[in-house]
Design a protein. Structure first.
Length: 117
């Protein structure tokens, strides 16, 4: 790690990250070096979940059928939280390969309906 800066959580995650990067740049520690990585803490995420505010809807897929059939997407989420964020889910057949191989690409094609949400 070449340099670090800690910044408070902002209402808008992107502006908070950009502000932290600007503050880091102002220290001169970066000079003309590229930024290879940004580490983000969990405070913003945890606040959003606990307060049930500013959450984005998400879809969840249970891969690995038929072994995963007994666990529907969002089954272990608190009911009120699931109602706020659930944008669909399913159990596509196949997809046990997480290497990006043929099975994984086939699963992605079969789940094209997610892009419409």
């Amino acid at each position: 790690m070449a340099a670090a800066v800690k910044a408070p959580t902002s209402e808008d995650v992107t502006s908070g990250i950009l502000d932290a990067l600007a503050r880091l740049q102002a220290t001169g520690a970066l000079a003309a070096k590229p930024v290879d990585g940004v580490m983000i803490g969990t405070t913003h995420f945890m606040n959003a979940v606990v307060q049930r505010r500013q959450l984005t809807r998400v879809a969840a897929l249970r891969l690995g059928m038929p072994a995963s059939a007994s666990l529907p997407p969002f089954c272990d989420w608190p009911a009120d939280l699931a109602r706020l964020v659930e944008a669909g889910g399913g159990w596509p057949r196949g997809g046990t390969s997480t290497t990006g191989g043929r099975s994984c690409r086939s699963t992605a094609r079969r789940c094209g309906w997610l892009q419409e949400r």
